[in-house]
Design a protein around this ligand. Structure first.
Ligand SMILES: [Zn+2]
Ligand SMILES: [Zn+2]
Length: 80
């Protein structure tokens, strides 16, 4: 059977019975994909869709992903 690596796009072969469906061609791609999900390169501009109003917005990434646009960002006094 063949599958396409979710990370690098390479088509690779695998044998049935190796466990759950293979997503990555190698452990390297598996770890890289996992890290890419967890960490964003700091300083790059990221676009996201606001979880509150659904508007697309752009921001310069820090270590955390943003879920809300500037208008909907929860304010400290509202959190209590
Ligand atoms: Zn790969
Ligand atoms: Zn919003």
């Amino acid at each position: 059977m063949t599958a396409t690596c979710t990370f690098c796009g390479v088509v690779f072969e695998f044998w049935h019975g190796q466990g759950p469906r293979r997503l990555y061609c190698s452990p390297r791609c598996r770890y890289a994909a996992r890290d890419a999900k967890r960490f964003l390169p700091i300083g790059s501009t990221v676009t996201a869709v606001c979880a509150n109003c659904g508007q697309a917005f752009a921001y310069v990434s820090t270590t955390k992903r943003r879920k809300f646009c500037l208008d909907c960002r929860p304010r400290k006094e509202a959190l209590k």
